[in-house]
Design a protein around this ligand. Structure first.
Ligand code: TEU
Length: 518
């Protein structure tokens, strides 16, 4: 709840920026990014104008899943620094007015976590049933037919130490915690308190829909065999837990955000995890289905319409995201044309809802080509995790030029220093769009109405009182009619032409997106 009655919580007006700590900037010479590297570049976030930074996990971890395999929830992995470095990062962020959201990985721990080590060694001990153990023989059969999300293998592995099967919805090194055990709930609520007490502004909650499970762990229906359990798992147990998590967050001063990664396929199931005004759950959830849309007007128009319809009916606030650390960068997914990446920036930042920018997308980065012998992630997600280039020198603002992953392409031009020095760059476009959202209540919080347009154009009107703005995106590689000829082009936000001088009033250029004041 907002601390000031009637005032909307900060995240509804925020643009958030995701940092993958290992890839942001190295200051130690290890070849991996660190917390000091994030602190050193907070001015770039201020320059962009974002309001909040979400940090992917930086906790102690054997890094079998890039840190989403946590071995201690209440510390910093030495590769990234220490708690003092975190406190400094938090203080420096707050000094700049930036909120800090940390990642919370409640569904599973690392198999190196002391809880799992205790659980496998001592079935009757204090952590004996903190995980899901089932009898059987190493030759099978498995306890059920569930499929994990990363390699689509079974969710069960045999543990020789305990002589039983254990459940893991991700890599075998990530055993699922048994949230039906009150001791697990207490321990995990304590990890939230640990970071809340340090002053974080909220949590991005990893695969939060998985924490409540049917205690019988039944086979999936024949129609769904082969689909990862994470996209199927929608349980009342989760909702009950989310209500308690929400109560915990709301008991802290200020607005502390519960942002869920509900890794399900349809908007309705995701929305269900926001609860109701009487029984609230998450504040926000990632709106993932549109991230899977191709660069085509039809699916986007339908995805926007459905989001507006469903979120509108529920009185819920949407989010928008094009890229993250799990999927090829959108410029790569959309075929590589930088004009499309520019149009996508206007799309992302012109919609109604909280946008999430993945570090490097403001540079129009493509995925890195990662040769076989340099692969880190078994599930093949390295390309979008390549190091961020800060300047055009060979080390690009890192200590070394050979880092844990190769550089993305085009680093001589697509780096922070070069792009911030070029008023026509995509980085300036992000900055201008973010500034425009702040300046226009219509863009920040106004209503959204889709307009009738050419089939290759998606356009919408945003209205807040007298403030009326039209956003139009041409998905085609050829000119299309502009939806509103009477509109005045707002300064510097057409992706083609500069400050309204060369853009046509009546026509959108190939892949042009623009914002107009009506
Ligand atoms: O991802 C959740 C998820 O469902 C993934 O399976 C995702 O769909 C997949 O990576 C796509 O290739 C979260 C994290 O974002 C991811 O990095 C972790 O690997 C995963 O949880 C386990 O913690």
């Amino acid at each position: 709840m907002s601390s000031d009655p009637g005032e909307r919580p900060w995240w509804t007006a925020a643009v958030a920026y995701q940092v993958y700590p290992r890839s942001f900037c190295d200051t130690s010479g290890s070849g991996e990014g660190d917390l000091a590297g994030i602190t050193a570049h907070l001015d770039h976030l201020s320059w962009l104008g974002v309001d909040a930074v979400w940090l992917s996990p930086f906790y102690p971890s054997p890094m079998r899943d890039g840190g989403y395999d946590v071995s201690d929830y209440c510390d910093v992995d030495p590769r990234y620094g220490d708690l003092a470095a975190f406190d400094h990062l938090l203080a420096e962020s707050h000094r700049r007015g930036l909120k800090v959201i940390v990642d919370w990985v409640p569904n599973h721990t690392s198999d190196q976590h002391p809880w799992f080590q205790s659980s496998r060694r001592d079935p009757d001990g204090p952590h004996g049933d903190w995980y899901f153990w089932r009898d059987g023989t190493p030759d099978g059969p498995m306890p059920n037919n569930w499929v994990e999300s990363l390699t689509f293998g079974p969710t069960w592995s045999w543990d020789d130490v305990r002589g039983q099967w254990y459940l893991h919805n991700f890599y075998p090194s990530q055993p699922d915690l048994n949230w039906s055990n009150p001791a697990v709930q207490d321990a995990m609520f304590d990890t939230l308190r640990f970071w809340l007490d340090r002053g974080v502004d909220g949590f991005r909650m990893d695969v939060i829909n998985l924490i409540g499970k049917d205690p019988a762990l039944p086979d999936v229906d024949p129609d769904y065999v082969g689909l990862p359990q994470v996209i199927l798992n929608d349980r009342p147990e989760t909702h009950e837990l989310l209500r308690r998590i929400r109560t915990l967050l709301d008991s802290y001063p200020g607005d502390r955000l519960a942002l869920g990664e509900v890794a399900m396929l349809d908007i309705g199931s995701i929305l269900g995890h926001l609860g109701t005004p009487q029984a609230p759950e998450l504040h926000l959830a990632f709106n993932f289905p549109p991230m899977r849309h191709p660069w085509a007007a039809g699916p986007w128009r339908e995805g926007i319409a459905q989001t507006e319809r469903d979120y509108g009916a529920a009185g819920a606030w949407p989010t928008w995201v094009l890229s993250n650390h799990d999927i090829a960068r959108h410029r790569t997914r959309y075929g590589g044309d930088e004009r499309i990446a520019r149009a996508a920036a206007v799309l992302l930042l012109g919609l109604r809802g909280t946008p999430f920018v993945y570090a490097g997308e403001e540079l129009g980065l493509l995925d890195a080509e990662v040769p076989e012998d340099r692969r880190d992630d078994l599930a093949g997600r390295d390309g979008c995790r390549a190091p961020i280039p800060w300047d055009p020198t060979p080390t690009h603002g890192w200590v070394r030029d050979d880092n844990w992953l190769p550089w993305p392409p085009e680093t001589v031009t697509h780096n922070v220093t070069t792009m911030t020095g070029d008023a026509g760059s995509i980085a300036h476009l992000y900055r201008e769009m973010i500034a425009l959202r702040k300046a226009h209540p219509a863009l920040k919080s106004g209503s959204l109405e889709l307009l009738d347009t050419d089939p290759d154009v998606v356009a919408w009107r945003r209205v807040d009182g007298d403030d009326v703005v039209v956003v139009a995106v041409n998905f085609a590689d050829s000119p299309r009619p502009a939806p509103t000829s009477a509109a005045t082009l707002l300064s510097s936000v057409a992706t083609i032409g500069s400050r309204g001088e060369t853009a046509s009033e009546t026509e959108l250029a190939p892949y042009e997106a623009r914002v107009s004041e009506v």
